[in-house]
Design a protein around this ligand. Structure first.
Ligand SMILES: [Zn+2]
Length: 72
């Protein structure tokens, strides 16, 4: 199971992450859509929210991104 740089639409949700964010250490996603897709697949019963960090997107709990003061 190699990790690809590109993210083709058919890729498994758990492999959508581009890598780890150098700033906050979270998994980075190319788009909000991919972040949400991965969140639904990996944490189906958790209320995760996609938010932007630099050029990429992360998933986090609502309280987490509110605390950081980040807007979408
Ligand atoms: Zn980040």
């Amino acid at each position: 199971m190699k990790h690809l740089n590109a993210s083709p639409p058919h890729i498994a949700p758990e492999h959508l992450a581009l890598g780890t964010c150098p700033t906050c250490g979270r998994k980075s996603y190319l788009t909000r859509r991919e972040a949400r897709r991965a969140a639904r697949a990996i944490h189906p019963h958790t209320a995760l929210r996609a938010y932007k960090c630099g050029d990429h997107w992360h998933n986090g709990h609502t309280s987490a991104w509110r605390k950081r003061g980040e807007q979408q």
